[in-house]
Design a protein around this ligand. Structure first.
Ligand code: MN
Length: 406
């Protein structure tokens, strides 16, 4: 992977690699299917966003998936500044071959090999002993290395795996040539303290023999802890975070890319790490995904929801007029919004109504302000949000009343 982004960033101990799996883990969840054209569009957007690794699919899943990965890589293949492209593979030769066929057009390719390591996955799914799982992990990573310089190994359901066995499998995978070791919380079971302790244990066990290996985290949101667990993993020394735009993914989803990236940025004094993400493109990427998957973004979604920088309550609006830092920890422009905005409703105060009316060409003073504000509150109780057209109607009606009274 000479010249790849991974080579460049791996030398900086404070740089976190952002591995995007929107088009693999995200796309495989119900309701988030994407057409090949959609994936090509998303691929371009993710490149512009600055992801380091783009998991474009699971080539062995179907011939269509294999074609789709090739299409995503497409014209980006020879662009030196582009991301590393990745395909998921079970720990079997056929899957690795499919990944190679999908990615052979680019030098910046990664094979992501996984096998279940937890007792339940070994017994119920694989019907294999721990020794057999370990041997197959080693064999498949070594095979992947014949086609790929860059191989990532994942111990599926790592969080529910015996820590000592997990360390053995990961170390053996590193010995076979995996340069990234991923410890997925496949079922979203971990807590932040627990995941940090596990990574500290694994890093202490494996780093002495493999000083350049990169530890990776892949958290699911079944308990709403995916972002918290990812951040905790980074604090424990992890330098690759796997995430998806809008947090889409199996069941309750994966760690949301925009939330992890902005937490690292807004709380940089605490985490002390950087990413390669152009945060001003977060909103447009999120909206593009929402559009291609026909899945609206919940309005109070962190970072990219339409309420993320909206203020209705009078006390908050008053504070925002004085200094935006009273109620905002980041600038809306930093994530792609054009600014904060004030929603007028029953919780809004007199100043906010007066300021908006002035912008619309209705300077409210004296009795007109009193009458308009009273009418505004009545109307807001009836219909909720007062948009510009409603506010203009209120201003003109109360103006007329004032004239009549005079
Ligand atoms: Mn997953």
């Amino acid at each position: 992977m000479t010249g790849s982004i991974i080579d460049r960033v791996a030398t900086d101990p404070n740089r976190v690699i952002v591995f995007d799996t929107t088009m693999r883990d995200g796309e495989q969840a119900p309701g988030f299917s994407m057409s090949p054209d959609d994936k090509v569009r998303m691929g371009r957007a993710l490149k512009a966003l600055g992801v380091d690794v783009m998991e474009a699919g699971f080539a062995a899943a179907s011939p269509g998936d294999e074609d789709c990965i090739r299409a995503v890589v497409g014209e980006m293949a020879e662009d030196d500044s582009g991301p590393v492209f990745c395909s998921l593979s079970r720990a079997i030769e056929g899957d690795i071959d499919a990944s190679y066929r999908a990615l052979r057009g680019t030098k910046r390719r990664r094979c992501h090999v996984f096998i279940g390591t937890s007792p339940i996955h070994r017994a119920a799914k694989l019907r294999m002993t721990p020794d057999q799982v370990l041997a197959q992990a080693v064999r498949s990573v070594a095979y992947a290395r014949t086609h790929f310089h860059d191989v990532e190994f994942s111990a599926e359901d790592a969080i529910r795996t015996e820590p000592q066995f997990l360390a053995e499998v990961l170390e053996a995978a590193a010995g076979a040539g995996a340069s990234t070791l991923n410890v997925p919380d496949t079922v979203g079971y971990a807590t932040p303290d627990e995941i940090a302790s596990l990574y500290r244990f694994l890093i202490a066990q494996i780093r002495p023999n493999f000083p350049n290996v990169i530890f990776s985290t892949h958290c699911h949101n079944d308990l709403g802890l995916a972002v918290a667990n990812s951040l905790s993993a980074i604090e424990a020394g992890v330098r690759q975070v796997e995430s998806t735009v809008n947090g889409i993914g199996e069941r309750a989803g994966n760690a949301a890319l925009e939330e992890v990236v902005m937490a690292l940025r807004v709380r940089a004094e605490r985490y002390g790490v950087t990413t390669g993400i152009d945060t001003t493109k977060l909103l447009e990427t999120s909206r593009m995904l929402s559009e291609v998957t026909h899945s609206p973004i919940v309005r109070n979604k962190a970072i990219v929801g339409i309420n993320a920088f909206a203020h209705e309550a009078g006390i908050h609006q008053h504070g925002m007029y004085a200094d935006a830092r009273t109620y905002e920890i980041m600038r809306p422009e930093d994530v792609g919004f054009s600014g904060s905005f004030f929603v007028l409703g029953k919780h809004s105060g007199r100043t906010a109504v007066q300021k908006r009316a002035e912008v619309l060409g209705y300077p409210l003073i004296g009795d007109h302000l009193n009458d308009a504000f009273a009418a505004f509150k009545t109307r807001a109780d009836e219909i909720g949000e007062i948009d510009d057209a409603e506010l203009i109607a209120i201003c003109t009606a109360t103006q007329r009343d004032a004239h009549v009274a005079a």
